[in-house]
Design a binder for this molecule. Structure first.
Ligand SMILES: C[S@@+](CC[C@H](N)C(=O)[O-])C[C@H]1O[C@@H](n2cnc3c(N)ncnc32)[C@H](O)[C@@H]1O
Length: 352
């Protein structure tokens, strides 16, 4: 859209009803233009010639034919008075009522933000975001939306979930398009269904745009596939938010021994308990593990271990955010050390 170009020093006249034109007005101002607006075709007809003289661009919002008629009249007026009508661009109107869009932002790079996610951000009046989403580029992706950080980070208290849900509903009820931008996918350890539920309960229009989950994408950033023919034919996503029970450790150890992969999110704080629990559950000492920290960031790092070396502290330096992978697929990872990549296969006993 032309309005995404640098418009510094330009004057743009936006033609459209205030609510429908609010997104175009915001983006035009964010692009550096001096913005004026006219909300009805009859007001355009009454504009003095002098008011049109300094305009570089006319942006018509929506497809109301009354604007086309008014523009034709303006052309006729210009021909009579000896001036030309500025360049005209067409822009779509913002949604008429308020709405909530839950957007999966992927693991933190705009490269992995979906086309649908980008389109929703362009429509947004307000964005409530987490720090695991591609938040650093939001000013550019939205063009002037109100940006609200509701995530946890050092020295900043996370906004409670109930308050986030209230904010979503309040903004939508005020007629705004509110995007809830979350890291990864909203429905993978993301509390997205709670936010969807709050919107449904409030009777506010809501939609979900899935995202690229870190559970798959962060291992992939280290070349680790979460499944691989003849190595792993199932994958289990585990929350490491709280320590697991012994029964759960047994269950997970059985899944890996049976040819599966475990992918643990939020697992840095409970890593020691997980490793000890899997050992107690009888998982083979040579089972490989990898921790991929800060996937897709400039300082992304991958550390490899076996269950045995992890128990001796090989992964002790890992920090959040990180994704932990357990299972034979780890041996395929980039720069996996030979002693792990070529170790005796924990499942089959064969050297891979
Ligand atoms: C609350 S969960 C949200 C997961 C998200 N809904 C998803 O689908 O990716 C947060 C966890 O995701 C993982 N995570 C998200 N982005 C990451 C990244 N760029 N690098 C490493 N881990 C990441 C970490 O395990 C982190 O603790």
């Amino acid at each position: 859209m032309l309005l995404d170009a640098d418009l510094t020093g330009r004057t743009v006249l936006v033609l459209g009803e205030a609510h429908a034109a609010r997104r175009v007005l915001r983006r035009t101002a964010a692009a550096g233009a001096a913005v004026r607006s006219v909300t009805t075709p009859s007001a355009l007809a009454k504009l003095p010639d002098g008011a049109i003289a300094g305009v570089d661009l006319l942006a018509v919002v929506g497809d109301d034919p009354a604007w086309q008629t008014a523009l034709e009249a303006l052309h006729a007026r210009g021909r009579r008075a000896g001036w030309t009508v500025p360049l005209v661009v067409r822009e779509s109107a913002a949604a008429p009522g308020g709405q909530i869009i839950l957007v999966g932002g992927g693991p933190g790079t705009t490269e992995l933000l979906t086309v649908g996610g980008r389109a929703a951000l362009r429509e947004a009046d307000v964005v409530l975001y987490d720090r695991l989403s591609p938040w650093e580029d939001l000013a550019e992706l939205t063009g002037g939306a109100e940006l609200v950080d509701v995530g946890k980070r050092p020295g900043h208290h996370a906004v409670p979930q109930s308050r986030i849900q209230e904010l979503l509903v309040d903004h939508a009820r005020a007629g705004k398009t509110v995007v809830r931008l979350k890291g990864g996918d909203p429905f993978v350890f993301g509390r997205g269904r709670e936010e969807l539920g709050a919107a449904l309960e409030a009777g506010v229009p809501v939609s979900v745009i899935p995202g690229v989950t870190s559970a798959v994408a962060v291992p992939a950033a280290a070349d680790i596939p979460v499944t691989h023919r003849e190595r792993s034919h199932m994958v289990t996503f585990v929350s490491g938010h709280a320590p697991l029970s012994d029964a759960e450790h047994h269950h997970l150890a059985g899944l890996v021994t049976g040819g599966g992969t475990l992918v643990v999110l939020m697992g840095v704080g409970t890593l020691n308990q997980l490793v000890a629990g899997l050992r107690r559950a009888g998982m083979a000492a040579r089972t490989p593990l990898a921790v991929v920290e800060r996937g897709y960031r400039i300082d992304q790092a991958t550390t490899y271990a076996t269950l045995e070396t992890a128990a001796r502290g090989a992964l002790a330096g890992a920090t959040s955010p990180a994704v932990l992978v357990v299972g034979e697929v780890v041996r395929l990872g980039r720069d996996c050390p030979d002693e792990i990549a070529l170790a005796v296969d924990a499942v089959t006993g064969a050297v891979p």
